[in-house]
Design a protein. Sequence first.
Length: 261
Amino acid sequence: MPFMKSKKHLSFSSLRNAFSSHLRQLPDDRQEGKVNYSIHDAMMCAFACMFFQDPSLLQFQKQLEDEQNLNNLKTLFDVHNIPENTQLRDIVDTIPSQEFRSIFKELFFRLQRGKHLEQYQFLPGLYLCPIDGTQYHISGEIYCESCLITNHTNGNTTYAHKVLQAAIMHPEMKQVIPLMPEEICNTDGTEKQDCETNAAKRLIPKIRKDHPQLGLIIVGDDLFSRQPLINTILNEGMHYILVVKETSHIAMFNERLGVIP
């Protein structure tokens, strides 16, 4: 089974420093005299919560009551001032997701530089890039203007946030290389709700812009096997492997059945 050998530019400290450097460059429009916690420290705390796999920010904050855990956070993640749960959320929620695109590109180029991508080739010069939607927030009470709204037959309404995630994968590799995801959310001035298909139409050109020379095979389920999206994939010089179901491609299946003896 192939595996990744650690190199200096992919060590924890090197990746942390790169991440930290990107965070320090994020624009901060807050009034300087009213800022108690930097964007860097808030984002590093949020990252540490994910890194240590705490089930919630509240649980993460409880862990910091232990002096050793607190020292580890400051030492490992270069955090100076630690915001409380509510303050951390208030800071993180104001940062547009597109500000993190450079971080995804940085990680990818480091892997590329270390020749780790070579073991992900599915065909000569081509890499599998599955895309799939995932939901990270749903509530019947908490919502915002960007939420996706679902009205259920029982009269209830739920509000959700989703993203369309793309990643470089290989059947024989346990590790995956995530690319910058695309938000699936409602925006001002649009009457129709956003969806995975529309998100894919935005995502594909962005992937090509970030990685202009990368040979890709887009992989997706039946939801994506429609002509408009296929045209988008082909226009960006990519290939595709998409699931097709008989229920959604009736004419194609009928034609196929007609040529079978």
